[in-house]
Design a protein around this ligand. Structure first.
Ligand SMILES: Nc1ncnc2c1ncn2[C@@H]1O[C@H](COP(=O)(O)OP(=O)(O)OP(=O)(O)O)[C@@H](O)[C@H]1O
Length: 221
């Protein structure tokens, strides 16, 4: 039907016709059922919906088969630069927010690592009697955090160790993504002034190797 013009507004009667997909008309799928209909009005580039209807609409029909224009490639340069720029900028903003959320979450876990036993915090000394083991990374100390309510194992990098920053960060990256009841948890870390420290849950019953071979603390002289 032709559009009726009232003042500056145009009223448009749209008709909906249903038909099977032309490609399937010879098959059993030649019935078409309309379950619902959504009508959109496209906003202009300033985001406003107000505006005159396009004159090209009269006679428009909505069909269940997509118009072939949808499959045509837009001509070169048909996508406005503002749209592309807007897309890129919103992508960057979304990625920054995700990044911020991930890293701020990680930091909240890691600040715990900085609550080392008071004595160690103040003097940066680690007492021999607190050593519970020795590994490739360095000595492992028994420590207490949260005002002595929680026992932790503190692995301190030995400057003479063959291991270093690479192993340190690999351990952090790996263990901060894993959480399993039978896997010792990394509580946090400290990387400050050549001091590299990893803080774990303390295994009161010793390691798996200790359990298997009854070797509790035999690494300590
Ligand atoms: N979370 C912990 N709780 C209690 N004791 C621990 C803990 N982690 C390590 N230990 C003790 O410290 C010892 C050395 O551990 P560590 O993981 O440093 O050595 P490792 O198994 O040889 O590994 P790596 O060579 O990779 O450092 C262990 O055998 C154990 O006795």
């Amino acid at each position: 039907m032709p559009p009726s013009v009232k003042g500056k507004e145009k009223k448009l009667n749209l008709s909906v016709s249903l038909r099977a997909n032309p490609a399937n008309w010879k098959t059993a799928k030649n019935d078409a059922i309309l379950n619902g209909i959504e009508i959109f009005k496209l906003s202009d580039f300033s985001g406003k919906l107000a505006g005159p209807n396009s004159d090209s609409l009269p006679g428009t029909q909505i069909t269940t088969s997509p118009p072939s224009e949808l499959f045509r490639k837009p001509p070169r340069g048909a996508i406005p630069k503002a749209t592309v720029l807007g897309g890129v900028l919103s992508g960057v903003v979304v990625l920054s927010i995700i990044d911020f959320l991930i890293f701020s979450k990680g930091k909240s876990t890691r600040t715990k690592a900085l609550s080392l036993p008071d004595q160690q915090n103040r003097t940066s000394t680690f007492h021999e009697e607190l050593i519970v083991g020795r590994g490739g990374f360095g000595h492992v100390y028994k420590g207490f955090i949260d005002h002595g309510t929680m026992i932790v194992a503190i692995k301190r990098l030995n400057p003479e160790s063959k291991q270093g920053a690479r192993e340190f960060w690999r351990e952090i990256n790996l263990l901060s993504q894993l959480s399993y009841v039978h896997l010792v948890s990394l509580i946090g870390y400290c990387d400050d002034d050549n001091e590299m420290i990893l803080v774990y849950d303390y295994m009161t019953d010793g390691t798996l190797r200790d359990q298997l071979y009854d070797t509790v603390n035999d690494s300590i002289p």
